[in-house]
Design a binder for this molecule. Structure first.
Ligand code: HEM
Ligand code: ZN
Length: 179
C-alpha cells in the first residue's frame, strides 16, 4: 500500500485523537522510526494493524472504520490530485471512470501501485452497479470512497452491498442509488 494512504490515516487520527495516539499506534504496529513517504510502498499488514487499533479506539467495527476512513480518503486524494478529479463534472461520470481513467492515471504517477479492479455501469437514471475485486478485500474502504465522492459533488446517495468477498463471494457488488 502506498504511503499516501498511510499519510491520510495519520492525518485523520491526529486530527481526531491527537498526536500521542498516533505515536502509540506507530509503536505498536510499525518498525522503529517509521515515516510514510507518499510514493513509496509499505506492507498491507501495517495498514490493517493500524486500522484495527483505530477501530478499537473509536469503538467501531472494522467495516465502519474502513468506511469512515474511505470517506475521508476521497477528499484527501482529491486535494492532492486536483487535475485528475477536476476532469469530472458529475458524481456518476466519476464513478464510471474509476478504473479506466482515475486508476489509469495513478498507474502513470506511482510505481507499481496495487489497485483493485472496478467495473461500474449505469444501471438506470438513479442507479450504478459497481463490481469490486481485489486480493486486499478493501470493499468497505471503496464504499467510503464512494460516499466521499458523493460529498464532493453535494449528492446524497445510498449503497447496498448484497454480494461480498468477506462472505465468500469471488467479488463484491455495490448498488449505488443517487438522486
Ligand atoms: C487505491 C477505490 C478514487 C488513487 C484504492 C483502493 C480502493 C480504491 C478500494 C485500495 C486498494 C484495493 O482495494 O486493492 C477507489 C474508489 C474511488 C477511487 C471507489 C472513487 C470513488 C481515487 C482517486 C485517486 C485514487 C480520485 C487519486 C487521484 C488511489 C491510490 C491508491 C488507490 C494512489 C493506492 C494504491 C497503492 O497503495 O498501491 N482505490 N478509488 N483513487 N487509489 Fe483509488
Ligand atoms: Zn465486499
Amino acid at each position: 500500500m502506498k504511503g499516501i494512504i498511510f499519510r491520510c490515516l495519520e492525518e485523520l487520527v491526529i486530527n481526531t485523537k491527537g498526536m500521542d495516539v498516533w505515536e502509540q499506534l506507530l509503536e505498536k504496529h510499525c518498525p522503529e522510526d517509521r515515516v510514510y513517504v507518499s510514493a513509496r510502498s509499505y506492507p498491507d499488514e501495517e495498514l490493517v494493524g493500524l486500522a484495527t487499533s483505530v477501530s478499537q479506539a473509536l469503538n467501531l467495527s472494522m467495516p465502519e472504520t474502513l468506511k469512515a476512513f474511505g470517506t475521508y480518503l476521497f477528499g484527501f486524494l482529491a486535494k492532492r490530485h486536483t487535475s485528475i478529479v477536476e476532469e469530472f463534472k458529475s458524481f456518476e461520470q466519476l464513478i464510471i471512470s474509476i478504473d479506466d481513467v482515475i486508476h489509469q492515471e495513478v498507474q502513470k504517477l506511482y510505481e507499481e501501485p496495487n489497485l483493485p479492479t472496478i467495473e461500474a455501469k449505469i444501471y438506470d437514471e438513479h442507479t450504478i452497479h459497481l463490481v469490486y475485486r481485489s486480493p486486499r478485500k478493501l470493499c468497505f474502504c471503496a464504499e467510503g470512497l464512494i460516499y466521499g465522492c458523493a460529498e464532493h459533488f453535494n449528492k446524497t446517495i445510498k449503497i447496498e452491498h448484497p454480494l461480498c468477498m468477506h462472505n465468500g463471494e469471488k467479488e463484491c457488488l455495490l448498488k449505488i442509488t443517487h438522486s
